[in-house]
Design a protein around this ligand. Structure first.
Ligand code: ADP
Ligand code: ZN
Length: 619
C-alpha cells in the first residue's frame, strides 16, 4: 500500500510528497478508520479523500455544499484522469438521470453530491445498490449551528448513511477549528473513533499587511494597479459598499465584478464565473463570496473594511495563494469599521431558540472577538504571530513577512501623555468617545464642547501642542494595553480601568511602540520565477487550453506549476513529468504544447542562458 499511494499522488496529481497531515488522513481512511480533518484553506484537504477514493474498490461520495465548487473539482479531477461526476440541481432532469445511470454502471470513481440530493428517492435507490466505500464530507462545519455557515441539509447526512445497507468509512473535512464546531461534527455525523488530523494554521506564502489610509478608495486603486491584472478579491462589509467600490474600480478602468446576497442567482453565478475564468481580474464582494471558491491563483485579498473577528478574517484572507505561490493579504483599517461591526453584533438575526441569557452570552463573546480583531489592526507586533497565537498555534516572535515585521519601531515613553488622557477621561465623567476627548485635550472650542461646558475643565487644551492623530494613536495603544476600555455600540465611550490608577498616581509608566520607518519599501509583487518572460508565454498556452476545454486556467496548471516549469525548463517527457503538479494524464494531454514553447524560449535565449540550461539538464 505504501508504494501505491505515492504512485497515485504522482500519477494523478503530479506531486512527489504529501503535505502536512495528508498522509495521516489517507492512511486512516484506507484502514477504514473515520477521519476528522481540520486544516486551513489551501492546506490540501481534497487529496486526503481523493487518493483513498482512487485506491479503494467501489465509489466515493463527496458531499459538498456548493454547486460551483463541485463543477470545478470534477473538472480538475477529469483533467487529472480520474473519472468523476456531480449530481446537483444545475443538471437538467435528463442529465441527472443519465449521470445516475452511469454511476449505477460504475463509470465514476468519485461522485460529488449536494446534501439536498441525499433525500431524494432516486438517489437513495442508487446508493442502496451501489458499492459505496467512502463518504467524504467537505466543509463539514456546515453541520454545526455554531458556525457561520450552518446548512440544515447537512443534518440529513447522518440520516442518509443510516439507511444504507452497511456503513462506509467517513472522512469529514473543515477549516474551522473551534471546539464547539469540532464536537458538533463528531456528534452529528456520528464519526466513529475518528483519526483527528490537524495541521498548523500558518500559511507561509501569505504576506500580511494592515494599512490605515486617509483615502481608502485611492489606496485601493493604487494597490490594484500595482498588481496589474493579477486575480484578487476585495471584501467590503456591506452590499452598498460593494456596489460603490466596484463602480469606482470600473470607472477607473479596472476589470472588476461583484458578488453579494442582494443579486439574483443568475447574476451571482455569472459574476463568479467571470472571476474564476479570468474574464474579470478583481472580485468585489461581501463575505457571502468565498466558501468553496476553488480558484487557487488568487494573488491578493484586500479587505476594504475590517471583518468582525479574526476567524472570519483568516478564512477570507486565506483564499489568497492556495497554490502555494506568494500572495498578499491587506487590510484597510479605519475606526469607522469598528462601529459597523458593533452594529452587526447588536442587530444580528439570532437563533430564535436562544434564551435571553444565551443571547447575552453570545453578544459578549462577539464583542470580545471584535476587540481582538481591532487589536490586530493596531498592534505593532508581528501580524502573523498575532493570529497564530489567537488560534493557539506556536509562532516566532517575528516572521519577517508582514507589514509590522518590515517596519522599524521605536519604543517611546508616553507616561505623561497617558496621565493627561486618563485624567481627561475621568474629569469629563467617563462619558465621551475618542473624537470628543481629543478635541477637549487639544482645546477645540466646538459648539458641543461649550454646550457641555467641557471648556471649563482643567484638562481642556492641556495637549494643544500635540496633533490629533497622535493623541488618537496613544489612545488606541492605551486601549490595546487595557488602560482604557470602550463601551457601547455605535459611537462607543471610553472608560478607564483599574490599571490606570497607578499611572495617574505616578506609580507606573506607560510605553508604546511607534513606527519609525519601513525597512524595505518595496516587496516584489511579481511571481518569483527565474524567467518572467517564459512564465507569460506559458500563461498564454494555458489560457488557450482553458478556453478550449471550458475550464478555469488553474485547472490546466496552477501558477505554482508554471513557475516550476520556468525553473526547470523541461524539454523531454521525463523532465516534464518531474515538474510539481504534472501527472501522467496532463503530460499526455499538454506536455508537447508547453514544451514547444519552452524549447523556443531556450533557443531564443541560448547565448545568455547556456550555463543555466546545462545546469538544469544535469540536475
Ligand atoms: P483546501 O481544500 O484544503 O483549501 P485544496 O485541496 O484545494 O485545499 O488544495 C490547495 C492547493 O494545494 C491545490 O492547488 C492543490 O493542487 C495543492 N496541493 C495539494 N496537495 C499538495 C501536495 N502534496 N503538494 C503540492 N501541492 C499540493
Ligand atoms: Zn511578522
Amino acid at each position: 500500500m505504501t508504494v501505491d499511494k505515492y504512485a497515485i499522488l504522482k500519477q494523478f496529481f503530479g506531486y512527489t510528497s504529501f503535505r502536512d497531515g495528508q498522509e495521516k488522513a489517507v492512511d486512516a481512511l484506507l484502514a477504514k478508520q473515520d477521519v476528522l480533518g481540520i486544516m486551513p484553506t489551501g492546506a490540501g484537504k481534497s487529496i486526503c479523500y481523493q487518493i483513498p477514493a482512487i485506491m479503494m474498490s467501489g465509489i466515493t461520495l463527496v458531499i459538498s455544499p456548493l454547486i460551483s465548487l463541485m463543477k470545478d473539482q470534477v473538472n480538475a479531477l477529469v483533467q487529472q484522469g480520474v473519472s468523476a461526476a456531480y449530481l446537483n440541481r444545475s443538471l437538467t432532469d435528463a442529465q441527472y438521470h443519465k449521470a445516475l445511470a452511469n454511476a449505477a454502471n460504475e463509470q465514476y470513481k468519485i461522485i460529488y453530491v449536494a446534501p439536498e440530493r441525499l433525500e431524494s428517492n432516486s438517489f437513495l435507490r442508487f446508493a442502496l445498490n451501489a458499492d459505496v466505500s467512502l463518504i467524504a464530507v467537505d466543509e463539514a462545519h456546515c453541520v454545526s449551528q455554531w458556525g457561520q455557515d450552518f446548512r440544515p441539509s447537512y443534518l440529513n447526512i447522518n440520516k442518509f448513511i443510516s439507511k444504507l445497507n452497511y456503513r462506509p468509512v467517513i472522512g469529514a473535512f473543515t477549516a474551522t477549528a473551534t471546539h464547539e464546531v469540532k464536537s458538533d461534527i463528531i456528534r452529528l455525523l456520528q464519526l466513529n473513533n475518528p483519526a483527528v488530523v490537524t495541521t498548523g494554521f500558518d500559511r507561509p506564502n501569505l504576506f500580511f499587511s494592515v494599512m490605515k489610509p486617509k483615502n481608502k478608495s485611492e489606496t485601493l486603486l493604487k494597490l490594484i494597479r500595482e498588481r496589474n491584472n493579477q486575480s484578487g478579491i476585495v471584501y467590503c462589509s456591506t452590499r452598498k459598499k460593494v456596489e460603490e467600490v466596484c463602480d469606482m474600480l470600473n470607472q477607473k478602468g479596472v476589470q472588476a465584478t461583484r458578488y453579494h446576497a442582494g443579486l439574483v442567482d443568475s447574476e451571482r453565478a455569472k459574476n463568479q464565473d467571470d472571476f474564476v475564468y479570468d474574464r474579470k481580474s478583481v472580485m468585489v464582494a461581501t463575505n457571502a463570496f468565498g466558501m468553496g471558491i476553488d480558484k487557487s491563483d488568487v494573488r491578493f485579498v484586500i479587505h476594504y473594511n475590517m471583518p468582525k473577528n479574526i476567524e472570519s478574517y483568516y478564512q477570507e484572507a486565506g483564499r489568497a495563494g492556495r497554490d502555494g505561490e506568494d500572495a498578499d493579504c491587506i487590510l484597510l483599517y479605519s475606526k469607522a469599521d469598528v462601529s459597523t461591526c458593533r452594529y452587526f453584533i447588536e442587530n444580528t438575526e439570532e437563533n430564535e431558540s436562544l434564551s435571553p441569557e444565551q443571547r447575552e452570552f453570545f453578544k459578549k463573546r462577539e464583542e470580545e472577538r471584535l476587540k481582538q480583531m481591532v487589536f490586530y489592526c493596531t498592534t505593532s507586533d508581528c501580524l502573523r504571530g498575532y493570529m497564530l497565537k489567537y488560534f493557539g498555534d506556536e509562532h516566532k516572535e517575528s516572521c519577517g513577512k508582514c507589514s509590522n515585521c518590515l517596519t522599524e519601531f521605536e519604543t517611546v515613553d508616553v507616561t505623561m501623555e497617558a496621565q493627561k488622557i486618563l485624567s481627561c477621561i475621568i474629569r469629563t465623567g467617563q462619558n465621551y468617545g475618542v473624537k470628543m476627548l481629543t478635541d477637549v485635550l487639544r482645546g477645540v472650542p466646538s459648539e458641543r464642547i461649550q454646550k457641555a461646558r467641557l471648556d471649563r475643565q482643567s484638562t481642556f487644551g492641556i495637549m494643544h501642542d500635540v496633533k490629533a492623530f497622535e493623541i488618537k494613536y496613544i489612545i488606541e495603544k492605551l486601549e490595546e494595553q487595557e488602560y482604557i476600555i470602550s463601551v457601547g455600540a455605535g459611537k462607543p465611550i471610553l472608560r478607564v480601568t483599574e490599571m490606570s490608577y497607578p499611572v495617574l498616581r505616578g506609580n507606573a509608566g506607560v510605553k508604546i511602540r511607534k513606527a519609525r520607518q519601513l525597512k524595505s519599501k518595496t516587496v516584489d509583487r511579481t511571481i518569483k520565477t527565474e524567467n518572467a518572460e517564459l512564465f507569460e508565454a506559458l500563461k498564454v498556452v494555458r489560457l488557450y487550453y482553458a478556453k478550449k476545454k471550458g475550464v478555469p486556467a488553474f485547472v490546466i496548471f496552477s501558477d505554482a506549476t508554471l513557475a516550476d516549469m520556468c525553473r526547470g525548463m523541461p524539454t523531454t517527457d521525463e523532465a516534464f513529468l518531474s515538474v510539481s503538479g504534472v501527472g501522467t494524464n496532463k503530460l499526455e494531454k499538454y506536455g508537447e504544447a508547453f514544451m514547444r514553447v519552452i524549447r523556443e524560449y531556450v533557443k531564443d535565449h541560448e547565448s545568455d542562458m547556456t550555463s543555466t540550461i546545462s545546469r538544469n539538464q544535469k540536475g
